[in-house]
Every structure is written in structure tokens, then in C-alpha cells.
Design a protein around this ligand. Structure first.
Ligand SMILES: Nc1ncnc2c1ncn2[C@@H]1O[C@H](COP(=O)(O)OP(=O)(O)OP(=O)(O)O)[C@@H](O)[C@H]1O
Ligand SMILES: [Mg+2]
Length: 434
């Protein structure tokens, strides 16, 4: 992806107002939140030369994100070409140390890029004075890092800017800043400025693009990602899974296998003993739709039971199975399984819960997961029950309840792994690309 051409940029009235605000007239801390793709990050990037010019170069400037890599992918990828091509700056970035030096309008600004998402992230930023902090995706930062960062910003003209997508109403950022701001709390308003953007505020997006984004985030996260609202996730995790639309009979599946409609076969596995184990077999059709062909589910199943079931399925359908992606909690079992399976690779790539739920949700929203309703009864049962805790019942309201989750975890391991590692290998996935 090449960097954007700023000479073609379009600005809505709200972005114009945001951009027109002089750094000297802004509060100590400016937060931009709202919908995905609403232009928050790029509008902050656009203002950076002006902000740096105002603040000067006496102290360190910090760019943080969930990790150093997310800052690079979300921010530096546009910031550096923008500074170099439009402001004749010279930038040098050391990705190992995170040191970023920007020579702009005759001054050198020493910056540091750092990750703020881990529990111990604050330890890396102890000591030192900063006069500028840009937190990309602030809501994904660790709370201790956020507090440590604020305490570094002591010079009088220091400024903090942040962007984020809304999360739960239980989030510290909402409770400490946004809610009091919205309620008119004067202490908060004295130092904190809050801007809220929607996709319609980003004049650079086409209506088709906006429509596609809206489809990606139907249901539980529509309020946050599309409407940009801080709300608790509630109800079903996969609330757009529709048993009429997203299931077919065994006969339909068998017919597809017979007609070679599936271009690839693979499996997911969530180990269990007292807690049930679940293994699922999937086929991917030429148009990028996943079909869950069968499931193996139950308590006290051994590695041999799983291997026998998989080999039995392979014999029954006579197809090459590309891989099993299993839960990584049982390395010795995965090792034994791989030995028993012979040519089928066993991976143990356990995806991050929130990200992978989001991936699976978007697969469902695009009608790209179809379940065999005669042979995957547990999967169907869980799609209709797997849910978020009631508001206030849990320390992390975005993590679903660990009930009715065995087939759900297995489905997530299988599909998100295929999406990220193999889908691009299948040529005709026009539907997947929207
Ligand atoms: N000034 C601009 N000029 C040209 N294109 C822009 C501009 N601002 C935004 N865009 C377009 O809109 C897209 C989204 O902008 P941006 O990444 O700033 O949104 P965001 O609100 O930070 O989104 P997210 O919440 O997903 O991080 C950009 O990838 C770019 O294509
Ligand atoms: Mg952004």
C-alpha cells in the first residue's frame, strides 16, 4: 500500500475544525475517538509538524501503541512519508530500539516509539521528561503505562494526543475521562479535550467502502466500531449466526464433497478431559466459504480417540487434510497426535481471543461459514448460547463466559488460522475480499 496523497485529501467540517485548532489553544490532552476508519489517526498525523513546532525540541517525544509494531503499521507508515515528502523532513527510525529522529524545519526532534499494551510496559518508560505523547489506540494501552506516561509530561507546553475506538463502558478511559467530560466535570474539562468522529466525518471514504465496513461489524460490536459508542458487549458472541441462513443438511455437504467443491480441508481441535474435547473438520469452497463438515465432541477422549476419528474421516472422504490447528495448552498431546496422524501437520497456534472472535464474526457476517446441521449439533448449540457476561459480572466484560465454549474455541482455532495463514493461497476468494 502506498502512502496517501495529501493533495487529494477531503475534509469534512468536523475534521476542518479539528485541524484548525492551534496547539497553543488546545488543552493538555486531546482524545479523538469514534468509529473505525473515521480519520482519527491521519488527522493527528497531519497536525504533528505544527505541534512539534509549537512545543520545540527540548525533551523527548513519545509515540506509543499496543506494541511498537502497531505504531509502525498504524502511524509511522503514513507519518514518515508525510513528513519527508510534504515537509522535506529527514527521518531515521531504528525499529529495534524504537528511536525515531525527525529533522524538520531545521530542528532535530528525538522521539521514541514504544509499546504500551503489556502489563509491564510502564517499566520501560520510567524516568525522563517528555513534552509530547501520541497514544495510538489508547484504549488498548495498559492502565499503568497510561498513568506513567501522563506523569512524564511535565513541561508547561507539553501536549498529549490520543486516538481510540470505543470499548466497554467499564473501561478506565471511559470512566476516568470521557464520562466525566460528557457530564461537564470542570476538573476534567480544564485539561482534556474530546473529539468524536463517525465514518461519515471522513470525507475520503466512498459510500461503498462505508457499506462494507458496516457489514464487517454487525451485531454486538456495531455500536462501538460503526457508531463509535462506548457500550458493554452483551448477549450472544456470534449474534449474527443465523441457523436458517448458515446451515445446510448433511446431503448438501456430501454432494459438495463428491463434486469436489471444496478446494481444501483442515481441522480445529480444543483439548479437554473433564471439560469436553472438540474437534471439527472443515472444507473451503472455491468462493471462500467455510463448511463445517463434522465434529467430534465429548469428555474423556484420548489422543488416540481423536487420531482415530480424524483418520476415519480421511478414509471416509478420501481427501488430503492440510492441517489440524490445536489448542497450545497440551504440547505433549499435540506431539503424540502428529505422530499418530502421519502426513497431517499439527499446529498449535492459539489466537488472541478478542482478535480471533472479531475475525470469526466477520466471516459469519459475510455468510462465509456454513454448518452441517445434521452432524455438528454441539457447534449449533454453542452458537446459540455462547455469550458475554452480564454487565458488571466480570472483570473483563469483553471476554465471553467460559461456558458452552468448547466447539466455539475449536471453530475459532480452525478458521482464524486458515484466514490468516492460508486463505490468500486460494485464488478465487472474491467473496471473501468483499
Ligand atoms: N486526510 C486524508 N487524506 C486522504 N485520505 C484520508 C485522510 N484521512 C483519512 N483518510 C482515509 O481514511 C482511512 C482511515 O483513516 P484513519 O486511519 O485516520 O482512520 P481511524 O479513525 O484512525 O481508523 P481506525 O479506527 O480504523 O484506526 C485512511 O486509511 C485513508 O484511506
Ligand atoms: Mg487509527
Amino acid at each position: 500500500m502506498s502512502p496517501i496523497k495529501w493533495e487529494n485529501s477531503q475534509y469534512s467540517e468536523k475534521h476542518r475544525r479539528f485541524l484548525a485548532k492551534k496547539p497553543q489553544d488546545t488543552k493538555f490532552f486531546t482524545l479523538c475517538d469514534g468509529a473505525v476508519r473515521s480519520g482519527k489517526t491521519l488527522s493527528i498525523i497531519y497536525k504533528i509538524p505544527q505541534i512539534f513546532h509549537y512545543i520545540g525540541n527540548n525533551y523527548l517525544k513519545v509515540f506509543s501503541g499496543f506494541s511498537k509494531n502497531t505504531v509502525r503499521n498504524n502511524v509511522l507508515i503514513e507519518l514518515i512519508p508525510y513528513l519527508e515528502n510534504y515537509h522535506s523532513a529527514k527521518c531515521s527510525y531504528n525499529s529495534a530500539s524504537g528511536e525515531l529522529d525527525i529533522k524538520l524545519w531545521g530542528k532535530v526532534y528525538n522521539c521514541l516509539v514504544t509499546g504500551g499494551g503489556k502489563a509491564d510496559s510502564d517499566a520501560k518508560i520510567q524516568g525522563g521528561t517528555w513534552d509530547f505523547w501520541y497514544a495510538n489506540e489508547l484504549a488498548k494501552h495498559n492502565y499503568a503505562f497510561y498513568n506513567m506516561a501522563l506523569s512524564r509530561l511535565t513541561p508547561e507546553n507539553a501536549r498529549a494526543y490520543a486516538d481510540c475506538n470505543p470499548e466497554s463502558t467499564n473501561h478506565w478511559l471511559y470512566k476516568e475521562r470521557i464520562k466525566p467530560y460528557l457530564e461537564g466535570d470542570e476538573n476534567v474539562r480544564a485539561i482534556f479535550d474530546y473529539w468524536h468522529f463517525t465514518m461519515e466525518d471522513n470525507a475520503n471514504l466512498s459510500p461503498v467502502f462505508i457499506e462494507n465496513q458496516k457489514r464487517l461489524y454487525k451485531g454486538a460490536f456495531e455500536n462501538r466500531k460503526i457508531k463509535g459508542l462506548w457500550v458493554a458487549a452483551d448477549g450472544l458472541v456470534y449474534d449474527t449466526f443465523n441457523t436458517d441462513k448458515h446451515t445446510v443438511s448433511r446431503d448438501v455437504i456430501l454432494e459438495k464433497i463428491r463434486k469436489n467443491d471444496f478446494k481444501d480441508y483442515f481441522l480445529g481441535l480444543d483439548w479437554g478431559w473433564n471439560h469436553p474435547l472438540c474437534c471439527g473438520l472443515y472444507g473451503l469452497s472455491g468462493d471462500g466459504t467455510y463448511y463445517k463438515i463434522s465434529e467430534f465432541y465429548g469428555q474423556k477422549k484420548t489422543c488416540k480417540d481423536v487420531a482415530d476419528w480424524i483418520l476415519g474421516q480421511q478414509k471416509k472422504y478420501g481427501k488430503f487434510f492440510r492441517f489440524v490447528n490445536a489448542d497450545n495448552a497440551r504440547p505433549e498431546q499435540n506431539y503424540e497426535l502428529e505422530k499418530r496422524l502421519g502426513s497431517i501437520r499439527v499446529y498449535s497456534d492459539k489466537p488472541q481471543v478478542l482478535d480471533s472472535i472479531e475475525i470469526l464474526r466477520s466471516v459469519i457476517n459475510y455468510d462465509r461459514l456454513i454448518v452441517n446441521k445434521d452432524d455438528c449439533l454441539q457447534t449449533l448449540n454453542e452458537f446459540q448460547t455462547y455469550s458475554y457476561p452480564e454487565d458488571g459480572d466480570s472483570s473483563d466484560p469483553d471476554i465471553p463466559l467460559k461456558v458452552n465454549d468448547d466447539a466455539m474455541d475449536e471453530t475459532r482455532y480452525a478458521i482464524t488460522f486458515y484466514e490468516s495463514r492460508f486463505l490468500h493461497k486460494i485464488k478465487d476468494y472474491a467473496k471473501a475480499a468483499g
